[in-house]
Ligand binder design. Structure first.
Ligand code: HEM
Length: 283
């Protein structure tokens, strides 16, 4: 029995080695493909900038090129922006649109807030003024975090603050999805979508937002490796959600509760299929 176990273990190791080198090759090919794709975007933008000065210089890519950044640095930044910032923000907004369709009173309050700030939606201060929208995004991500869990491997032996020993090589996982639904952290109504919990005065939705510790709400991670794009993510999401909500009514086609799929970036199974109608009096 022992013999069988150890020989199958040896075969297992060889198999693992082969699998690792096969995966390594696949990953290398995939990285090359992604690099080539982004390098082409940069080349095309440079060409456009050389050919004409029109409409160039305002967007981030043009600014990075104009600043004289190294092409490899620009490439890696663009990949970071696309990989870290695209699926995460889109997942957060998808869940928010669904939650708002289930909470029409909150949607109406949001519309009023957007109306109050409508004139200058594209300026930074007006977006800062959309506090109920920020609270709604936080509340949506508390219940449906775009990164549902995340792991780190210890490089050396260590100890967690509660005395738990972590040995070199151990994996430690934190779980924003679970933490967002803990009664001990969020109270008896932890499962409810209630953006007002993010305001200093309970149930008052026009006041100041609470400063919530990232260790309680680790949706963007916490500590030295906290998400570098957090503020940018809020600006983008507020701008997109406000621009859509002020003009369109969004009604999901299906009435069943969507399914949360917690992959690398969590998403809604099958996406959110909706009917879109122009608002009668678009604000
Ligand atoms: C709702 C949107 C977002 C969520 C929930 C989110 C979440 C996270 C999380 C959990 C991490 C830590 C990953 C880890 O340590 O393994 C992270 C890292 C990072 N995020 Fe975001 N992110 C969002 C949007 C963005 C955007 C828009 C950008 C850039 C434009 C961005 C750029 C980054 C970068 C560069 C890191 C790596 C930071 C480091 O390792 O030092 N993220 N993000």
């Amino acid at each position: 029995m022992r013999q069988t176990w150890s020989s199958s273990f040896v075969i297992g190791l060889e198999g693992q080695e082969m699998a690792r080198s096969w995966i390594g090759e696949k990953v290398r090919d995939a990285v090359e493909e992604v690099h080539a794709y982004v390098e082409e975007i940069i080349r095309n933008r440079k060409k456009k900038m050389d050919e004409s000065q029109e409409n160039c210089g305002e967007d981030l890519l043009s600014r990075l090129i104009l600043a004289g950044c190294d092409e490899e640095v620009i490439r890696d930044m663009i990949i970071n922006f696309i990989m870290a910032g695209r699926d995460t923000t889109s997942a957060a907004m998808t869940w928010l649109f669904w939650l708002l369709s289930c909470h029409p009173v909150i949607e109406q309050e949001l519309l009023k807030e957007i109306q109050r700030n409508d004139k200058r939606l594209s300026d930074y201060e007006s977006l800062e003024g959309l506090k109920l929208l920020k609270a709604s995004l936080c509340e949506s991500m508390r219940l449906y975090p775009p990164v549902a869990w995340d792991s780190k491997h210890a490089m050396v032996d260590d100890m967690l603050p509660d005395g738990t020993l972590v040995q070199a090589g151990d994996r430690v996982t934190y779980f924003p999805y679970g933490m967002g639904r803990m009664e001990a952290l969020w109270g008896k109504d932890c499962i409810e979508f209630r953006p007002s919990r993010w305001f200093i005065e309970p149930s008052h939705q026009g006041g100041s937002l609470k400063k919530v510790s990232p260790y309680k709400f680790p949706v963007f991670q916490a500590g030295p490796r906290i998400c570098l794009g957090r503020d940018m993510a809020f600006i983008q999401m507020k701008y997109v959600v406000a621009s859509i909500l002020r003009q369109f009514e969004i009604k999901p086609i299906r009435s069943e509760k969507p399914i949360f799929v917690p992959l690398l970036t969590a998403h809604m199974a099958g996406g959110l299929k909706v009917l879109i109608k122009k608002r009668d009096h678009s604000i």
